[in-house]
Design a protein around this ligand. Structure first.
Ligand SMILES: Nc1nc2c(ncn2[C@@H]2O[C@H](COP(=O)(O)OP(=O)(O)OP(=O)(O)O)[C@@H](O)[C@H]2O)c(=O)[nH]1
Ligand SMILES: [Mg+2]
Ligand SMILES: [Zn+2]
Length: 306
């Protein structure tokens, strides 16, 4: 039987059967799934799994199918990749202008954490936005990212966002307190818990603590727990440039140029001329640097077999 994972807490999964439409509580056979050694958890919300029911509402999962897309982050503590959402058509990266403040560096990393999905940037709390926020996001629309301005207070942009996600599955990701769950509630009428913003730190309180798949009217959303920090998952360095569409492909002297100013790399000149934004380039370089020394725990501890 095939299942779609809809909630995951401590390796107990709530999943909808794609065959009989019922909801099952699932466990996974074994702790680590083959091919997923690099991951914090063998399955994520949005994953399609194969398994067998052993009662009317319980099943055992023995395989998780390959993903077409994912939003992953590096779990610094466990030193593994952590999948926040899987198989979404769109990664909706939600930011807010002031509480918490918009951080372009964070946004750049979040874009790089998404693979295989379309990206939409949502500036929520548009009711609090100043010119700076609009200015910052103009850069991203200029790069070809779709940017939607929303406010759950004034209702601005909600219909635009709704039409953008219609017929699709979207993962709402971003910092804690930007208003992901509020948007999800506005869009689906569901009753996700909403948190307030800590006055002392001007950031959210991690109100949503696990990813959850929610069905709306003609679309679905994976609401995800907000994070304070985000690091790009362990992956091929070449893949990072996919998150930076402004970087030239195949124009530097050497194939597979990482654009760190190698011989024959044209990027530093493009930055100097202002054709590539210097801050974006700095984000890119920082991500490459961070990834270079990064190795998942399971790889580091493994003994070399010569
Ligand atoms: N001014 C304003 N406040 C908003 C808006 N949307 C949400 N908020 C407030 O922002 C706070 C955080 O909202 P949540 O929806 O819990 O944020 P979240 O992104 O789900 O946070 P986590 O679950 O911690 O990741 C709440 O106090 C909301 O009322 C908005 O459009 N404008
Ligand atoms: Mg939330
Ligand atoms: Zn280059």
């Amino acid at each position: 039987m095939r299942f779609q994972i809809r909630r995951s807490i401590n390796n107990i999964y709530t999943a909808a059967s794609l065959d009989d439409g019922r909801i099952y509580t699932c466990r996974i056979k074994g702790k680590v799934m083959k091919g997923r050694e690099c991951e914090y958890s063998p399955a994520a919300v949005g994953d399609i799994a194969e398994g067998n029911p052993y009662s009317a509402d319980e099943a055992l999962i023995h395989a998780v199918l390959d993903r077409k897309s994912a939003f992953q982050r590096w779990n610094t503590k466990r030193e593994l990749n952590q999948t926040i959402a899987a198989n979404q058509d769109i990664s909706v990266i939600v930011v807010s202008p002031l509480s918490p403040p918009l951080r372009p560096r964070f946004l750049d990393r979040a874009i790089a954490c998404s693979s295989g999905a379309e990206i939409i940037i949502v500036l929520n709390k548009a009711d609090e936005a100043d010119d700076d926020a609009y200015e910052t996001l103009r850069l991203y629309s200029g790069l070809g990212f779709r940017v939607i301005y929303t406010s759950s207070v004034s209702g601005e942009g909600i219909n635009d966002l709704k039409s953008a996600i219609m017929g699709k599955c979207s993962a709402f990701v971003g910092q804690s307190g930007v208003g992901k769950s509020t948007l999800v509630n506005t869009l689906t009428g569901s009753g996700q818990r909403i948190g307030d913003i800590s006055e002392k730190y001007n950031r959210g309180r991690h109100t949503t603590n696990h990813s959850l798949y929610i069905e709306g009217d003609g679309f679905s959303i994976i609401d995800t727990p907000g994070v304070r920090e985000i690091e790009v998952p362990f992956e091929d360095l070449q893949k990072v440039s996919e998150a930076f569409p402004e970087l030239p492909a195949g124009e530097c002297l050497y194939d597979g140029c990482l654009h760190q100013g190698e011989d024959g790399c044209i990027v530093p000149e493009l930055v100097e001329k202002g054709i590539i934004d210097g801050n974006r380039y700095e984000s890119y370089l920082r991500i490459i640097d961070a990834l270079r020394d990064r190795k998942p725990a399971y790889m580091r501890n493994r003994k070399s077999r010569g």
